[in-house]
Design a protein around this ligand. Structure first.
Ligand code: PMP
Length: 319
C-alpha cells in the first residue's frame, strides 16, 4: 500500500505517496490516541461527488474534540482538502481516510506539548462489494469480546485504539470460519458488528440498537431516513437481544465501505427461516426490505435521485 503513485495531504502539504512517512516515535502509534473517518466518493451523472462528507467531517471534529486533541483546521477546510485529495489523485470511486494523530514530540501519557496533526489518504475503491456478494450477505458469530462501554471509552468517537477490540472480534470469527463478528455490549445487548451497525426487521418494523456502545454510523442514519421517508417503514432505536436477531424476519449490517449487507445466519441460526427467507448462501429475495433499501441506497449514493429521492440531494457534495 506504500509503494505507489499518488498524493497524500498532511497538515496542508501535499506529499508524494512514497515519501509520506512519519517518525517511529509518533505518539498515536504507541498509544492509539487518535481518530479517523472513512468517507466515500462515487462517480455520478454530474461527475464525482463525496457522500455525506459534512456529517463525516463533523464526526471527525467531534471525535478530536472529545479526545481533547485540538484541531487547527475547520470542518470547511477539511472538506476542501478531501475534495482536493480526489482531484489530485484523479479519483472518482474512492475511499478517503482523514486521520487526526499526535506527533512525535514526546512519549508521555499527559500528551503535553504534542502537536495534533491531520492527514488524508484516498484510494480507488472500485465496486468494493460485488452485487452477488451484496445479495448473498454474511454468516456471523456472536463474539466473546464485548464492545466498548460508555464508562471505558468514548463510544461516539471513532478512535484508532477502539479497533483493537474490533480486530480481536473479527479475527476470532474469521478463524472460526465465519464472515463477521456480532458484538454485544458489556451487559449482553446487541451493539454492532466489528465495523458496521446492525438492523433487524420483524413484522414490518425495523429495529436497531440505540447509540450507547455502538458507533453513531452515518450509513445507519441514511438507512433510518430512507426507511422512514422513502419506504414509510417504522424504525425503532432500542435495546436488542441476540435472540431477537435469531428470530428476525431479516437482518443486515451497514457501513460506509460495505454499504448494506444482509446478515443471513447468526450462530448457526438461519435468519428469516420462519418468514421464508432463502437459505444462507442463496441470494436474498428482491422483494425483501433489505434488497429494497440496498437499491435505494445505491441510487442515492450514486446520485441517481429522481423525484422520489431528491430531498436527499444535500447528501452529495461535488468533488
Ligand atoms: N461501527 C464501527 C465500529 C465502524 O467502524 C463503522 C464504520 N465507520 C460503523 C459502525 C459504520 O459507520 P458508518 O456508517 O459511519 O461508516
Amino acid at each position: 500500500i506504500c509503494d505507489r503513485d499518488g498524493w497524500l495531504w498532511n497538515n496542508g502539504d501535499w506529499l508524494p505517496w512514497r515519501e509520506a512517512n512519519t517518525h517511529l516515535l509518533t505518539h498515536t502509534l504507541h498509544y492509539g490516541m487518535g481518530c479517523f473517518e472513512g468517507v466515500r466518493a462515487y462517480d455520478g451523472p454530474h461527475g464525482a461527488h463525496l457522500f455525506r462528507v459534512a456529517e463525516h467531517t463533523r464526526r471527525l471534529c467531534d471525535s478530536a474534540h472529545a479526545l481533547d486533541m485540538p484541531l487547527d483546521w475547520t470542518a470547511e477546510q477539511l472538506i476542501e482538502a478531501q475534495r482536493e485529495c480526489l482531484a489530485r489523485n484523479g479519483l472518482t470511486n474512492a475511499y478517503l481516510k482523514p486521520t487526526v494523530y499526535f506527533g512525535a514530540e514526546g512519549m508521555g501519557l499527559r500528551a503535553q506539548g504534542l502537536t495534533t496533526n491531520v492527514m488524508i489518504a484516498a484510494w480507488d475503491l472500485g465496486d468494493y462489494i460485488s452485487p452477488e456478494a451484496a445479495s448473498i450477505g454474511l454468516r456471523a458469530l456472536t463474539s466473546s469480546w464485548a464492545r466498548h462501554h460508555v464508562n471505558i471509552s468514548l463510544c461516539r468517537a471513532k478512535t484508532n485504539g477502539h479497533y483493537v477490540n474490533s480486530m480481536l472480534a473479527l479475527n476470532t470469527a474469521v478463524k472460526a470460519g465465519f464472515d463477521e463478528a456480532l458484538m454485544l455490549d458489556p451487559e449482553g445487548y446487541v451493539a454492532e458488528a466489528s465495523a458496521a451497525n446492525v438492523f433487524l426487521l420483524r413484522d414490518g418494523v425495523l429495529h436497531t440498537p440505540e447509540i450507547t456502545s455502538c458507533l453513531q454510523g452515518i450509513t445507519r442514519d441514511s438507512v433510518i431516513q430512507l426507511a422512514r421517508q422513502a419506504l414509510g417503514i417504522e424504525v425503532q432505536e432500542r435495546r436488542i437481544t441476540r435472540d431477537e436477531l435469531y428470530t428476525a424476519d431479516e437482518a443486515f449490517m451497514t457501513g460506509t465501505a460495505a454499504e448494506i449487507l444482509p446478515l443471513r445466519e447468526l450462530d448457526g441460526r438461519h435468519i428469516g427461516a420462519r418468514a421464508g427467507a432463502p437459505r444462507p448462501g442463496q441470494p436474498i429475495s428482491e422483494e425483501s426490505v433489505t434488497a429494497r433499501l440496498q437499491r435505494l441506497y445505491r441510487r442515492v449514493t450514486r446520485g441517481d435521485l429522481g423525484d422520489d429521492l431528491c430531498e436527499f440531494r444535500y447528501w452529495l457534495t461535488p468533488a
